[in-house]
Every structure is written in structure tokens, then in C-alpha cells.
Design a protein. Structure first.
Lengths: 85, 402
């Protein structure tokens, strides 16, 4: 699977949606992913891609990992993959 | 001070997935102890335990819940749902603010700790699931129950090893009796039948390799169990006013500390707790018909407990019945007093005394009527439930027929 497909599957599982219901411009709020589900999402991404995500739950916005939309998360994962391989 | 009654009971334990199944097993002397079905059991020298059999967490909880509910929390919630359903209470408004949850556990989320230590130490992984802490903490079960049922009053977890549930129920009792709370969910839970949980107990050399035979001269140790018991303790006037079905009255409670040894029991400490519960309940020793013993099946506990009972009851010690249901459901450690309270309620409600099974040979140091091997019909008005923990912390509850 591509980065995009894998991230969407992870987000869909957390949001209890079908992957086809997750759009690239959705925000986490749109998907109903709360702070608890977000840290599980980060964990699932780390496991799936074997990367370390610089995420601090105290201030997610300043973590250097852009979670503002599905598309931004996919782009951030791709960056981390490139940087950490 | 007010009076306190029990208006709901729930359980899941090695004898059954609810109160009815548990009563049936207790009445028929059915044993829930068997070969341990856990990972790496072949590396254990103790290979028996009383597990909750055929348990499938996915039948009760969804993926998100399982990520947060350790096995001890799952057992607690299942028992609490039954207890609240039976009580027919709904917690809203002032009643919600005046009702809380006090539960006992010794190991808390020990299975979660065990699994995740394995992940980082044995498997060498450097990342664990984000919810390990809220899943393993000892108060997780209390908090999840409070959230599921909107219990917003005094709530906390009690950890006094094998007396945890009795101490928890004693607290709940006194809170309702004093007017601090209208209703309390109370009892306890344990789920430490995992590799590390059993390995630690093995070290003490107090575990039996074949069976739990309390009071029998042939006894050779305790057997661990798992499960939960949860009750609704309610203010008598409140229960009466709404026409609730009252299972029995909680008549008294006392606790004591041996202040002597970290593992060896003390006759004086146990006797002070038993006598204290009678005094608190304003019950004469002669009124007590049945005692659910702590009865672990160890050499030290059983003879010390019998000596304490003989001291407190004098000649009446030979007339009352005392049995250890740990012979059937094993030692549920922090949850044990809660499941054992069911044997006391069954005695009061159904007039059936649960037996001490596996009894083979009299021990002159345990020369009481231990209801060997077969349940007995008997009408009793008052029952006691003993719990004497490692660390010398004792807690005894007295129940009276409603």
C-alpha cells in the first residue's frame, strides 16, 4: 500500500469509518478523532512505517508534525520516511 | 447512624459469569481450579489456577474499550453492570453526586504490565501502545465504572492485598451509614493469572501444585484465581422508599493491623477484627451461624484463623459453620472478599451453606465445622466474611438477613 492508503486506513479505523469515507481535506475534527484517538493514530503510524513521529500531546501544533488535515499527515509521514531511512 | 443494605450483586469468576451460576456451583461443590491456560505456562512450576474460562473480551467490549480496559477492569465492568441492573438504580442528578465507587484490587492492571514489559524487555521493542498507563493503573476499574454509570461521588481504589475487597466494602458501608453517600458500588477485582503474576507467587513457596484444601490436614498451599464481585450498597431508607428488593443488610465492619510480620498471620490481629465486626454490628457471638473463612489452604493461615475464631466465639465456635470457598474459586487476591461475600448472601437468602471441598483429613489445629465437601441446608441469620492480608491487615464484614 502507498503511504496515502496506509494513513487513510489508520485514520479510518480510529474514526470508525470506511476508508472510502476519509477525504484528503478532512481535518481530525471532521473525522471525530479526539486527543486519545490521536495518540493512538500516531502510535499506529509509527508501527506501520517504522518511523519515530515527533509528536508531543501537550502542544500538538508545535510538534513539527503537521496534523491539520489528512493530506498534511500523509505529506509529513512521507517526509519522515525520507529523513529516517 | 443509618442502616445499609445490599440491593444488587454481580460477578464473573471461575465458577460462573453471573451470581446465579456462582450459587449453583457453590451449592454443588463444583471446582473451578484446573490447568493454567496462559502463555509460557510450561516455564512455571505452579501449573494450576482458577481462571475465568472461555472468556472472550470481544464479546463484551469494542476495540477502543479493549485498548483501555485491562482484564481486571473488564471483569469489574461486567460485574457492575449486573449489580446495577439488579438494583434498578439510575444515577442522575443529586443521587449521582451522592453515589460513588470504591473497589479493591491488589495487582490492578498487572496483565497489561506483564504484556508490555515483555514487549520492551523480551521482544526488544522501543515503543509501547499509548494507553498503557490509563489501562494498568489500579484505579482504572473504579474510574471506568464511575464513567459508565455516572457515579460522581466519593470514588477510589483500595489496595490491601488479600483484604482489598473487604476494606473497600467496609469503606463503602461506612460512607453510606454515615450519610456521606446514598449508594455505593463496591467490591473488587483481580486478574493476575499471567506469567509474571504467577511467577512472583511461586517465589513465596506457598502455592499448591495440585489443589486448594483448606483446613484439611493434607493441605499444601493456596491456588490463585481471578474475577470480580461488585455490589450496590444502599441507604436502607432510600432502598425502602423506592421498594427495592433488599438482598441483605450490611450489619457491621471492623479492621485491624497485626503490626507484627509482613507475611505471617497473627491470631490476635484476626480475633480483634472478628470481635470488632460483631461489636460494630451489635451482634452477640451466638447469633453468627456461618463464617466465610479467609481459608487460603496454607498451613499458617488456616490454623491461625481457626484459633482466632475459637478465641472470639468460645463454645459457640463448635456450633457455627465455617467454610472456605477458595477450595472452589481459588484465591482471587484483591477480589476475593467480594466473590466470597456471595457465599454469605447465599447462606442468608437461600439457606444453603457452601462447602469446603477437597477436604480429606481432619487437622486437630482446625477442629471446627468446616462444612466438608458437601453443601448443607441451614437457616442462618448472621454471617461473617473474613479477610486477612499479607502485611497483617485484617478486615471482617458482618451481614444480617434482611
Amino acid at each position: 500500500m502507498t503511504t496515502k492508503d496506509t494513513v487513510i486506513v489508520i485514520l479510518a479505523e480510529q474514526a470508525m469509518l470506511e476508508p472510502s469515507d476519509v477525504a484528503l481535506d478532512n481535518t481530525l475534527d471532521d473525522l471525530g478523532i479526539d486527543s486519545m484517538a490521536l495518540v493512538e493514530t500516531i502510535f499506529a503510524i509509527e508501527e506501520a512505517f517504522d518511523i519515530s513521529v515527533p509528536f508531543n500531546a501537550n502542544n500538538p501544533e508545535d510538534s513539527g508534525f503537521d496534523i491539520s488535515s489528512v493530506a498534511s499527515i500523509i505529506a509529513a509521514v512521507d517526509q519522515l520516511k525520507a529523513a529516517q531511512t | 447512624m443509618g442502616r445499609v443494605v445490599i440491593t444488587g450483586a454481580g460477578t464473573i469468576n471461575p465458577l460462573g459469569v453471573d451470581v446465579a451460576q456462582t450459587y449453583d456451583a457453590l451449592k454443588n461443590g463444583r471446582c473451578g481450579i484446573g490447568p493454567l491456560d496462559i502463555r509460557d505456562a510450561d516455564r512455571l512450576s505452579i501449573q494450576i489456577g482458577a481462571q475465568v474460562g472461555d472468556y472472550d473480551e470481544t464479546a463484551h467490549f469494542n476495540r477502543q474499550q479493549i485498548a483501555l480496559y485491562d482484564r481486571f477492569t473488564q471483569f469489574t465492568l461486567l460485574a457492575a453492570r449486573q449489580a446495577i441492573a439488579q438494583s434498578e438504580l439510575t444515577f442522575a442528578g443529586a443521587l449521582a453526586d451522592q453515589s460513588g465507587v470504591i473497589l479493591g484490587t491488589s495487582g490492578g492492571g498487572l496483565t497489561t504490565q506483564d504484556e508490555n514489559y515483555r514487549v520492551v524487555y523480551e521482544d526488544g521493542k522501543n515503543r509501547v501502545h499509548p494507553f498503557i498507563v490509563p489501562k494498568l493503573m489500579n484505579n482504572a476499574a473504579v474510574s471506568q465504572v464511575s464513567m459508565e454509570f455516572n457515579l460522581r461521588g466519593p470514588s477510589f481504589t483500595v489496595a490491601t492485598a488479600c483484604a482489598s475487597s473487604n476494606h473497600a466494602m467496609g469503606q463503602a458501608f461506612n460512607m453510606v451509614r454515615s450519610g456521606m453517600a446514598k449508594a455505593m458500588l463496591t467490591g473488587g477485582s483481580e486478574a493476575m493469572l499471567c506469567f509474571g503474576g504467577i511467577k512472583a507467587w511461586e517465589g513465596l513457596r506457598v502455592m499448591s501444585r495440585d489443589a486448594c484444601r483448606p483446613f484439611s490436614a493434607t493441605r499444601n498451599g493456596m491456588v490463585q484465581g481471578e474475577g470480580a464481585g461488585v455490589f450496590v450498597f444502599e441507604d436502607y431508607d432510600h432502598a425502602k422508599a423506592r421498594g427495592a428488593d433488599i438482598l441483605c443488610e450490611v450489619a457491621g465492619f471492623a479492621m485491624s493491623s497485626d503490626a507484627s510480620d509482613i507475611v505471617m498471620p497473627s491470631k490476635q490481629g484476626a480475633a480483634r477484627a472478628i470481635a470488632g465486626a460483631l461489636k460494630d454490628a451489635q451482634i452477640a457471638p451466638e447469633q453468627v451461624g456461618y463464617i466465610n473463612a479467609h481459608g487460603t489452604g496454607t498451613g499458617a493461615n488456616d490454623k491461625t484463623e481457626c484459633a482466632a475464631v475459637a478465641d472470639v466465639f468460645g463454645a459457640h465456635a463448635d456450633r457455627l459453620m465455617i467454610s472456605s470457598t477458595k477450595s472452589m474459586h481459588g484465591h482471587l487476591i484483591g477480589g476475593t472478599g467480594a466473590v466470597e461475600l456471595l457465599a454469605c448472601i447465599m447462606a442468608l437468602r437461600d439457606g444453603v451453606i457452601a462447602p469446603t471441598i477437597g477436604y480429606e483429613e481432619p487437622d486437630p489445629e482446625c477442629a471446627l465445622d468446616v462444612v466438608p465437601n458437601e453443601a448443607r441446608q441451614a437457616s442462618v441469620d448472621v454471617t461473617l466474611s473474613n479477610a486477612f492480608a499479607f502485611g497483617g491487615l485484617n478486615a471482617v464484614i458482618a451481614l444480617r438477613k434482611a
